[in-house]
Design a binder for this molecule. Sequence first.
Ligand SMILES: C[S@@+](CC[C@H](N)C(=O)[O-])C[C@H]1O[C@@H](n2cnc3c(N)ncnc32)[C@H](O)[C@@H]1O
Length: 221
Amino acid sequence: MAASSRAFILRHTRLRPVPGLEGIRLHLGDEALPLWHAVQVETGDPDTALPYWAFAWGGGLAIAHYLRAHSEAVAGRRVFDLASGSGLCAIAALRAGAAEVTANDIDPFSEAAIRLNAKANGVRVDFVRGDILDEEPPHAEVVLAGDCWYEAVLAQRVTPWLRRAADRGSLVLIGDPGRRYLPTEQLAELARFEVRTTTELEDLALKQGRVFELQPAPPSA
Ligand SMILES: C[S@@+](CC[C@H](N)C(=O)[O-])C[C@H]1O[C@@H](n2cnc3c(N)ncnc32)[C@H](O)[C@@H]1O
């Protein structure tokens, strides 16, 4: 982990409980826009991404609630957490008894945040940095994807990648708080939870977080 990213996160966040998920703590930011500005100054990049890693998003919260209620989905299994952000889903999977979890994100600050958050929760999360959506999905028994449907271009790449993961035999669990680009008609809904997001960027503090399974394509006749 780059020492500077770690120091930046420690300076700009506080280790706090995640609302509704007793026992999980994350290094969380206060307001997104001032923090985004601080990242722009730190990196010297005006186009740097929003600091997604500093917040618990509705989709990840839904998955974390689901894994708390259904630990059998991940217990003893190898899990991959796509677009992990803070690492919330990865940490929830380990808390639910996953054998091992690998997280992935494109944001270098996310790697540093996940390492700090994993340590704060007494778990170990492996990390793969970068965009792997043009590669074959990993051979994980479970693939988690929390809140990846907030923009069209990402959504158009994530959904087919997850379908390939399901076709290769992974259980694919999606968490979503009602984003416009999620193709719900292709998914089987498993559960709904009222989730409290930690960012003021959402229109509502309390959202309905839904968890879906993306099932493999039926065999062609
Ligand atoms: C809304 S956040 C969700 C984070 C976390 N899953 C949660 O629900 O709290 C979306 C995440 O997707 C990541 N992301 C965006 N494009 C990506 C890509 N091509 N591959 C991997 N991660 C990506 C962002 O960096 C960000 O951390």
